[in-house]
Design a protein around this ligand. Structure first.
Ligand code: ADP
Length: 331
């Protein structure tokens, strides 16, 4: 039997090259070996989107899911759905909160970092943010996923999910499989500032769905080697982020680019143009498909409706098993 994968992305809108190389490409590939469940995790988004900005969640979901589908996530073989459309996850979250000690949550290394990033303190941080890994666990085990693709930094979350599962199973009998982490060696892509991880919030990103012109204009703004002041100065590809991106988009010309940059045969302007041209060429089919899908009226709605229906079937079965075991069933 094929393993079952669960993975989610927060609805951040149109995805960028970092999301693609660091996650989405892998999602597409996993479909050949696993039964995959991919979710736009909008409830998770509420940890940092509150009040009026929640209006952005729905359009963000649509833009993001269009990117998934255009990149090759196949809604016929994978379940593609929006987290909040299957309400059972919130009930399971509440139930799992009862078996999860606070100490486990406070120990998660990403917790303290997240509190700092959000300019919160342990006094002001929301209960929901503390329980974020419990909601993540609920997502995974509600669908009885046995495999979760994660980067190294997410391993503590999966370890916590396994501890919660073990505790639940000990208390109420074998109900959930212990999910296994599938550590992905996906690269972390730096942004156009050459310093930080590519991210929309830092505005150092390149969207997959940009037009060719937007891509070129955006890549032109990228930082390269700060010591290369004149066109005749030799470049240092090893510290230049444009060169790093060339590894993904011009892998066949990498030696040539290295040689021509270090000998000042090409300047940063030509180097960036080569990169932008290649990104445009490699994403041409993706962009075409994305336009076609966006033009199909009701297509997204249909995909997400079907996905939620399939996910709900699994979720309802799991939840009634859980409620039975906890003596909370209505029958
Ligand atoms: P999350 O959904 O985990 O909150 P994001 O919305 O930031 O995170 O990104 C979605 C996916 O893209 C995640 O798997 C994340 O690791 C990956 N990702 C985001 N930015 C980058 C980047 N600059 N390089 C590589 N992977 C990235």
């Amino acid at each position: 039997m094929r393993g079952r994968i669960f993975s989610g992305m927060r609805p951040s809108g149109r995805l960028h090259l970092g999301n693609y190389l660091g996650a989405l490409q892998n999602w597409v590939d996993l479909q050949s070996d696993y039964e995959c469940i991919y979710s736009a995790v909008d409830v998770h988004a509420l940890t940092d989107m509150q009040g009026d900005v929640t209006k952005e969640i729905k359009p963000n979901i649509n833009e993001m899911v269009l990117d998934w589908l255009a990149a090759g996530v196949d809604p016929d073989s994978s379940i593609v759905f929006v987290q909040s459309h299957v309400r059972e996850v919130m009930i399971l979250h509440s139930i799992l909160s009862m078996v999860t000690p606070m100490g486990w949550l406070m120990r998660v290394p990403t917790f303290k970092e997240k509190v700092r990033q959000m300019h919160e303190t342990e006094e002001t941080v929301s209960y929901g943010l503390v329980g974020y890994p419990v909601l993540m666990t609920s997502d995974i085990i509600l669908y009885k996923a046995d495999t979760v693709p994660v980067g190294e930094d997410q391993l503590p979350h999966i370890e916590l999910a396994r501890e919660i599962v073990r505790r639940f199973n000990n208390l109420y009998g074998e109900t959930f499989p212990e999910p296994q982490a599938k550590v992905t060696n996906n690269p972390v892509i730096l942004g156009l500032d050459g310093k930080n991880k590519m991210s929309k919030s830092l505005q150092n990103h390149v969207e997959l769905a940009y037009s060719e012109e937007e891509t070129i204009a955006r890549i032109r703004t990228a930082f390269t080697d700060p010591e290369r002041l004149k066109r005749s100065d030799p470049g240092r590809p090893e510290i230049c982020n444009i060169y790093t991106l060339q590894k993904y988009f011009n892998s066949d010309k990498l030696d040539e680019i290295y040689r021509r940059c270090t000998s000042a045969d090409i300047g940063c302007v030509e180097d960036k143009q080569m990169l932008a041209d290649s990104i445009n060429e490699k994403l041409a089919d993706f962009r075409e498909r994305r336009r076609e899908l966006a033009d199909r009226t009701d297509y997204l709605e249909q995909v997400l409706g079907d996905g939620a229906a399939k996910a709900r079937l699994i979720a309802q079965e799991t939840l009634s098993e859980v409620l039975d075991r906890m003596n909370l069933s209505v029958r």
